[in-house]
Design a protein around this ligand. Structure first.
Ligand code: G6P
Length: 573
């Protein structure tokens, strides 16, 4: 959520920053901008909307120092004034900022700051300018006044560059052409082999082509260099959109994930509570749906389990237990609410396990145990292959905990070999798209697939849809069913098949239409899935629904990779 890129030392700093912003665009695409030095003055170029709008504006600009930003709006609408970088009152300091200054209104009043934008970021910039000392000293003291998380880069008209970080990610590296800093290490692919991760309340100063690190008291500190992993490669897209590429990569992602887990060693490394009494899974968005599926897998092996939405868990009154394993699931490993839960649980001494798709993410740094998914970088905002891999790893982990991991080897390998990704016919796409109301229903595992399918549809087509347990329809929602309604139902959970069919008849009796996604022949209009063991079906049945959302989105002329109002990593509350 918001991307930062900095380049110091290259003659083409503006272009280098722009190239970095293009990689970071998935973090926010409301507006973008770059500040640089020209004739000892800070100049700023900003645009609203797609980053390609910025390209023309910067093509002739030359500077050896630049800071850039791609924005997901929090405070203040999507306007040029609110686009970053922001300048201080004197115009001698520029800031790019990811995060939220929670007390910006109070600070604005207390320090008598007047701003030209509606952003909290501009207040932060002026606050720094009003402090005393060098730019580094000013930044350190201003940071102490700020409530909330942030990653910032500052550029002064004297060519000083300072970085600061609390909660939101920030990485910095010495490259062959100069120093680069960014919110995502993917920007470093093909640029450098080594980089540094700024920790909370750490600061960096870039001076004479070198990086100096400081703690919150301004004391110089040494930091360990980290190596970019060999498998961290620039994303190559082989379809029109990232989302389509990513759905089509699912089989390979599952295969890569299994390859890393098949020996069981990654599970053996996990420190479990001495007496594992229960499992609590915590996540947001799509990852929450995989948490729900995971809870079902764990309950099947008789471990009491429950999934929670992170933003609810952190403010709820949940009773914590040292014999509970807390699994925090996040594709990005950056989601603020999930991280806040991890921090809170860590402080209380609970057993934590992070299930993430991003190496060296913040969540991994907090949790003592890590289960990675090997889905490969996911760029499209709507999560697809990462979801399938999360569900798969949770299933494998449940087998490990039940002691049956190796016994199931053949079933898993057969599944991976035979899995084919079910696409959806154009005729069905048009049929579904012709309805005003699209509901999703299911029972058991299938209900969770219904939740995830409905979220996919909402995210990228903006069609109002929701999911409900099939058995709950008659307790209220049936009142909405009429001839403008289609109910998409999943039928892979065998225990309740007959009951589900009765629920569908009740819909038809009220003029609604049904579409059943099943691996069996069913007496309704249907999408036919290949048959696998029931536990694999959540992975199988979500695929045609990802295609359905994608195809409706394309028909409506929207870009599935950049749905309106959303961003891939949500680093604010
Ligand atoms: C955003 C994304 C969703 C994602 C959710 C959680 O809302 O748009 O696709 O599921 O964040 O993200 P995480 O990285 O924690 O899995």
């Amino acid at each position: 959520m918001c991307g930062i890129c900095v380049c110091v030392g290259s003659v083409n700093a503006v272009k280098k920053v722009f190239d970095g912003l293009k990689i970071l665009e998935y973090r926010g695409y409301d507006s973008s901008g770059i500040a640089f030095i020209e004739n000892d003055k800070i100049k700023c170029v900003k645009t609203v909307g797609d980053i390609s709008n910025l390209e023309e504006k910067i093509s002739s600009l030359q500077s050896n120092i630049a800071i850039g930003h791609t924005r997901w709006a929090t405070h203040g609408g999507v306007t040029i004034e609110n686009a970053h970088p922001h300048l201080s009152a004197s115009k001698n300091l520029a800031i790019v900022h990811n995060g939220i200054v929670e007390n910006y209104k109070e600070l604005k009043k207390e320090f008598n700051i007047s701003t030209t934008s509606q952003t909290d970021s501009e207040v932060f910039c002026d606050l720094i300018e009003k402090e005393n000392g060098s730019l580094l000293e000013k930044t350190i003291s201003a940071s102490k006044l700020v409530k909330g998380g942030f990653a910032i880069a500052l550029l002064s008209n004297l060519g000083e560059v300072v970085l600061a970080k609390r909660e939101n990610p920030l990485y910095v590296a010495q490259t062959s052409f100069g120093v680069m800093a960014t919110s995502d290490i993917y920007v470093f692919c093909d640029i450098t082999q080594k980089y540094y991760t700024l920790s909370d309340d750490e600061f960096a100063k870039i001076e004479n082509g070198k990086i100096f690190f400081f703690d919150k008291n301004g004391k110089k500190i040494k930091k360990k260099c980290e190596k970019i992993k060999k498998n961290l490669k620039k994303v190559e897209i082989f379809e029109k959109t990232h989302m389509k590429s990513e759905i089509l990569e699912t089989k390979n992602s599952l295969f890569m994930t299994y390859k890393n887990y098949q020996s069981g060693k990654l599970f053996e490394k996990i420190f479990l509570p001495k007496k594992l009494e229960s499992i609590c899974l915590i996540a947001c968005g799509t990852a929450y749906h995989s948490a729900l599926q995971g809870a079902m897998y764990f309950k099947k092996i008789k471990i009491p389990s429950q999934a929670y939405i992170a933003s609810e868990f952190r403010y709820g009154d949940e009773i914590l237990n040292k014999n509970t394993l807390y699994i925090l699931i996040s594709q990005s490993g950056e989601t603020l609410d999930t991280i806040a839960c991890a921090k809170m649980l860590k402080e209380k001494g609970m057993a934590l396990l992070a299930l993430t798709n991003t190496e060296n993410c913040y969540l991994n740094q907090i949790c003592q145990n890590i289960l990675p998914t090997f889905a490969g970088k996911e760029i499209a905002v709507a999560s697809t292959k990462a979801y399938s891999c999360q569900v798969f790893v949770l299933y494998l982990f449940s087998l490990f905990l039940s002691g049956k991991f190796l016994d199931k080897k053949k079933d898993i390998e057969d599944f991976l070999k035979e899995l084919s990704l079910t696409d959806i016919d154009e005729e069905i796409v048009d049929y579904v798209a012709s309805f005003e109301k699209i509901f999703f229903v299911g029972r058991g595992f299938d209900y969770i697939t219904a939740l995830e399918s409905s979220l996919k549809l909402k995210e990228i087509t903006y069609i109002n849809s929701f999911a409900i347990c099939a058995g709950e329809l008659k307790h209220g929602t049936l009142a909405l069913v009429d001839d403008k309604t289609i109910v998409i139902s999943f039928c892979t959970f065998k225990k309740t098949k007959e009951k589900l069919f009765s629920n569908l008849e009740e819909i038809i009796a009220r003029g609604g239409k049904v579409l059943v996604v099943s691996d069996e022949i069913v007496p309704f209009k249907s999408v036919r899935l290949p048959t696998f063991l029931e536990e694999f079906m959540p992975i199988v049945s979500v695929i045609p629904m990802q295609f359905l959302a994608l195809k409706i989105c394309e028909k409506l002329g929207y870009n599935p990779d950049k749905p309106k109002n959303l961003a891939k990593s949500v680093t604010v509350e």
